[in-house]
Design a protein around this ligand. Structure first.
Ligand code: RB5
Length: 153
């Protein structure tokens, strides 16, 4: 297991939400900036109703093309926006709800996008998830074989 963070300080991390995730997106954006990342905010810019597939896919493309090393997504439950992001084959978006699930999504699944639900997850829990996600390296080994199989689907 490597001690190197999977996103180095100064690298780009994309963030996006829908209207339901807008407020939490801004909180997590501030945390990412404080962690030293270059944050690419893909919107929305306010709480006007929008469609989560548009924002999930836009972030997924940013990660798939390498414009951002990783991404963070927020909608009401985290479900719709993570489904949208996972349509992009290079994205492994994990819907997390606790520090443990955030950590495991990195250690075992090498997730490159963290999704969280603003209507179902307390702000402090979401912030703890974010911290755990970016602090946890991929374990590799037997997990690499399984992640490779995902890439082969
Ligand atoms: C929007 O009302 C809500 O459906 C959306 O934020 C999300 O929870 C969908 O999965």
């Amino acid at each position: 297991m490597s001690d190197t963070p999977f996103v180095a300080a100064g690298e780009a991390v994309a963030i996006a939400s829908d209207h339901a995730g807008f407020v939490l997106k801004n909180v997590l954006k501030g945390d990412l900036e404080a962690m030293g990342y270059k944050v690419v905010d893909l919107g929305p810019e306010d709480e006007t109703s929008v469609d989560y597939p548009d924002f999930g896919l836009s972030l997924a493309r940013e990660v798939a093309t390498g414009s951002a090393t990783a991404g963070v997504l927020v909608c009401g439950t985290g479900i719709g926006i993570s489904i949208a992001a996972n349509r992009e084959p290079k994205v492994r978006a994990a819907l997390v709800h606790s520090e443990e699930t955030a950590k495991m999504s990195r250690a075992h699944n090498d997730a490159n996008v963290m999704a969280v639900g603003a209507r179902v997850t307390e702000e402090n829990t979401a912030r703890a998830c974010l911290k755990a996600f970016f602090a946890t390296p991929f374990e590799g080994g037997r997990h690499a074989r399984r992640v490779d199989k995902l890439s082969g689907i």
